[in-house]
Ligand binder design. Structure first.
Ligand SMILES: CC(C)(COP(=O)(O)OP(=O)(O)OC[C@H]1O[C@@H](n2cnc3c(N)ncnc32)[C@H](O)[C@@H]1OP(=O)(O)O)[C@@H](O)C(=O)NCCC(=O)NCCS
Length: 215
């Protein structure tokens, strides 16, 4: 029987989902494909890019199928909350785990981390759009409506928290994601060419900052 949206069970993400969400994020980090070849340490990926949302984010959701997390949306309601975690606690956590040898492939990952750090600065105004989000589904869970269901519930949660607006970053290569965001009324705040993915894909891509007002 074909799978449908009703096969997915949506619920708030729990601390115990961190490994599963980190896995999905790592498996989809290269424009929906695994980033494993370019960023081998799933542990460092999870600690740096996923765990901060579990520590200081909000409205995080997991979608399960047959008891397994197959998609998620993570985000935050107030940018400064996440920023203060990333600037304060996170470096100490990463350093202490690195010293214990938790990230054996770190040398291969420095290029990505450096590019991620350098590529900042295209955000929309955080006072107008204080929240942001990341959404990903494993390949077998895509195109079945789970992304729409997650985003709808996430936006409802932001509204309930009184958040004024939300922003996110993507590229013109993320076709399904773009369709999803447009369906929910996101608009282009900024379109810019970036060489972020060039070492991996061999070409610069058009990146987009999308925004949506919530009230
Ligand atoms: C983006 C993503 C989370 C969307 O989740 P999803 O469950 O596949 O999305 P849905 O099934 O709810 O579909 C959302 C819309 O996109 C469309 N869509 C789905 N797959 C598509 C594809 N491959 N190409 C173009 N449009 C697509 C659907 O038709 C739907 O639009 P409609 O309701 O107007 O028909 C998922 O596809 C994914 O993880 N992609 C790879 C990672 C990624 O790009 N993440 C976002 C990073 S910014």
């Amino acid at each position: 029987m074909p799978e449908t949206k009703s096969d997915f069970d949506l619920r708030p993400a729990r601390p115990s989902d961190l490994a599963a969400v980190g896995y999905i994020s790592h498996q989809t980090g290269l424009l929906g494909e695994p980033i494993t070849r370019y960023f081998p340490d799933q542990s460092l990926w999870t600690d740096a890019f996923v765990a901060p949302y579990f520590a200081s984010g909000c409205c995080n959701l997991a979608a399960e199928k047959n008891g397994r997390v197959v998609a998620y949306i993570i985000g935050n309601c107030r940018h400064e909350q996440l920023e203060s975690y990333v600037a304060g606690k996170l470096p100490k956590i990463l350093l202490s785990r690195w010293l214990k040898g938790a990230y054996p492939a770190w040398r291969r990952e420095l290029g990505y981390l450096w590019r991620a750090w350098r590529s900042q600065g295209h955000d929309a105004p955080w006072d107008e759009y204080p929240a942001h989000l990341h959404i990903n589904a494993l390949p077998q869970a895509r195109g079945l409506g789970v992304g729409s269901a997650l985003l709808e519930r996430f936006l409802d949660c932001l509204r309930r928290q009184g958040v004024a607006g939300v922003q996110l970053g993507t590229t013109e290569r993320n076709a399904a994601a773009l369709r999803l965001y447009r369906k929910f009324g996101f608009e282009v705040y900024q379109r810019y060419r970036s060489s972020f993915w060039k070492p991996v894909l061999g070409e610069a891509l058009w990146h987009l900052r999308l925004v949506k007002k919530l009230r």
